[in-house]
Design a protein. Structure first.
Length: 469
């Protein structure tokens, strides 16, 4: 697109312009249109769909495949309220029976808990370290972890270094590997890339490691009927022509009277802009005048991890007949976790499998068939030979999604939160910021994205009606 040729572009005017049609952007736009008096909004989205890092593929028979963000859990009130508002129901992730834990030596432990702490952290010493980690996390202010008394000390070291220091004894090797695997899986990276402060922040944000990792009573408790993108699609239907797909934003200019956002095929003049795309992508937009140096440096320092998500389909969820939930967690295997991904009807049977961080990167270097065989062999070792013969196999590596750059959400390397974290939500003139990375409670989740969109909508309305233009 030649940005020097405005005659080729549709020119629009609105009260506000929102960059990105993920859950943060759609929620912000929805709340602005619901304001009294209602505000006019234009939403610009680079993809040919809405939903952002939430993606649902629908088959001809009505079966849906959630390839991105998938779950709601207790306490995620923003998510449940929005689902109800859009007339979308939820249903529990299948959780009847035993779950599997794969230990580093290949031993498979079968237990009724979806996340058996005793098997992953055997012995009092290991559990004490885990308790210390969670106690430290609770010292962080939920919306400003960089203000904690020990924030700089914790931000100077990696999560990996702290785990090694606390669990370095050979007798604690399993607990050491387990905690690194948990953190590496959630962030989709090597824990050597992750600030200890960020790891503590996420655990506090999600009310503890057990809730973060569990199904019943945890973050993976509920699914969305019709697929996780359904709510986004219904918001899109309400917003109608205000949403412009295939409109990648290239430039944002602001002056004393407003902003102009230039995207592929359209330019929008508005009073204020809300940017909701992942920080690394926001850094690729050209700003005039340039963003303050510290704000640009923040955007340059918030990378996203690697996660490959695979869905396999079977005529029926055969693992249920064997008394299994479909849930598994592996300490060091290529397949980090699995869940029953079936719809609310129970048929066909669907398994969701993940490869996280270093394992996802290694798989990306394999050919398609070798990668598929690796996944299917791994599923068969857990659920038997039927798992190796699905009727459908679908995989997605989020690092290959150009408008996401990775998954599941961005992380903060050492030094970033304490030096730049206070800028995450701070407006720059008439530009405001949203996205799950800017949320406090349930940071990194769909709920976090929704909460951030609602917060940003309030910000721009208050700024406008407060006489600031």
């Amino acid at each position: 697109m030649d940005l020097s040729s405005p005659a080729r572009q549709q020119r629009l005017e609105a009260d506000f312009v929102v960059v990105g049609a993920g859950y943060a952007g759609l929620t912000a736009a929805l709340r602005l249109t619901q304001a009294k008096p209602a505000a006019s909004v234009v939403v610009l989205e680079a993809r040919d769909r809405v939903g952002g890092r939430v993606l649902t593929r629908r088959l001809d028979d009505g079966t849906w495949l959630d390839l991105g963000g998938t779950w709601f859990g207790p306490g995620q009130d923003h998510s449940y309220r929005l689902a109800k508002e859009m007339g979308v129901g939820t249903y529990p992730t299948y959780d009847q029976g035993d779950s599997l834990t794969v230990l580093p030596d290949g031993t498979v432990v079968r237990k009724p808990e979806s996340f058996p702490l005793g098997d992953l952290f055997p012995g009092a010493a290991a559990l004490l370290v885990l308790d210390e980690f969670e106690t430290m996390s609770k010292q962080l202010p939920l919306h400003a972890p960089w203000q904690a008394p020990q924030a700089r000390e914790w931000d100077r070291q990696t999560a990996s270094a702290w785990v090694d220091a606390q669990l370095g004894d050979d007798s604690l090797a399993l607990a050491r590997a387990s905690l690194k695997t948990i953190l590496g899986s959630v962030f989709c990276i090597d824990t050597a890339e992750l600030s200890l402060l960020d790891a503590l922040y996420l655990v506090h944000s999600h009310q503890g490691i057990v809730r973060l990792m569990s199904v019943k009573g945890g973050d993976q408790q509920d699914r969305i009927k019709g697929g996780a993108q359904t709510i986004a699609d219904r918001i899109h239907a309400q917003l109608g022509d205000a949403v412009h797909l295939g409109s990648a934003v290239r430039q944002i200019t602001q002056d004393g009277a407003g902003v102009e956002v230039v995207a592929d095929g359209v330019a929008v003049r508005a009073q204020r802009a809300i940017v909701t795309v992942p920080p690394a992508l926001a850094g690729h937009v050209q700003y005039d005048p340039p963003l303050p140096a510290h704000r640009m440096q923040l955007l340059q320092r918030v990378p996203v991890g690697s996660v490959r998500k695979v869905l396999t389909m079977y005529d029926e969820p055969f693992w249920r007949d064997a008394g299994l939930t479909g849930q598994s967690f592996a300490v060091s295997d290529v397949i980090g976790a699995t869940y029953d991904g079936s719809t609310d009807t129970g048929k066909p049977g669907l398994l969701i499998a993940f490869a996280f961080g270093l394992h996802a990167r290694a798989l990306g270097r394999l050919g398609e068939e070798e990668r598929k065989r690796t996944f299917l062999d791994g599923l068969a070792r857990r659920f038997g030979p039927r798992a190796a013969a699905p009727t459908l196999y679908h995989e997605l590596e989020w690092a290959e999604e150009i408008w996401s750059g990775g998954g599941i959400f961005a992380h903060f390397p050492t030094g970033v939160l304490t030096n730049f974290g206070a800028l995450l939500r701070e407006p720059v003139g008439r530009i405001h910021w949203a996205g799950t990375e800017t949320s406090g409670a349930f940071h990194g989740s769909i709920n976090g994205a929704i909460e951030s969109g609602e917060r940003a909508a309030r910000e721009v309305l208050q700024a406008t009606r407060g006489g600031e233009g």
